[in-house]
Design a protein around this ligand. Sequence first.
Ligand code: ATP
Ligand code: MG
Length: 222
Amino acid sequence: MSGRRIGVLGGTFDPIHIGHLAAAEAAQQACELDEIRFVPTHVPPHRPDNPRASGYHRLQMVSRAVSGRAGWEVSDVELGRAGPSYTFDTLTTFRAEVPGAQFFFITGADAFAGIATWRRYPVVLDLAHFVVVARTGTTFESLRTLLPDLANRFVDTSTQAVSAALDAVAAPIFLVRARTPHVSSTDIRRRAATGLPLDGLVPAAVAAYIADHHLYAPAPGA
Ligand code: ATP
Ligand code: MG
């Protein structure tokens, strides 16, 4: 089947939390996405801010978080590739897999603020329609200032219809003004390390997985 709208949400997902799910829901609603693929990123092992969960555990947590949601699935395309993950490569792979589909790459506003440092910028922006979801701490106004070259491509989905913009604007970048919960994986890892509950911050199945596998717990004796 061609022409379907496929969302892609990349992230470390260390762990996946309700902010990710809310961002995906907001993008799905705004852009009428048929499917969403959650893509855990391969994190090279030398990152300084350990402890962090392995790719295997992050994939398992995402799989539990999206289970039961029609059209949502997890992809291991980046975990299966050696070296650091690049969105350029991932979108190239997906486009070849599903010719004729329209891809929408979803990011939070904080992640999009760094877009100019991404591999193959600005060409990467032409491999999918980018969808930037609000996140506390980074305003859309700050993105306009930070990325003046892109400002004329921004389409505010709260005031402009997506389908009309797809016809009218060359390579639109959609802004989604959703109130996503003020949650981050960094905070969740800190909470878990001090034994605080994760209720309401991650899906129950993810909280159980973290507890069962002692993820993010301080090392014994630390
Ligand atoms: P960390 O604190 O480890 O950086 P994180 O909470 O930022 O974790 P990531 O895995 O880095 O989560 O994020 C993946 C994607 O989801 C990014 O594009 C990020 O901007 C977006 N995102 C994460 N949390 C939210 C949120 N609460 N609201 C909107 N977007 C979010
Ligand atoms: Mg982050």
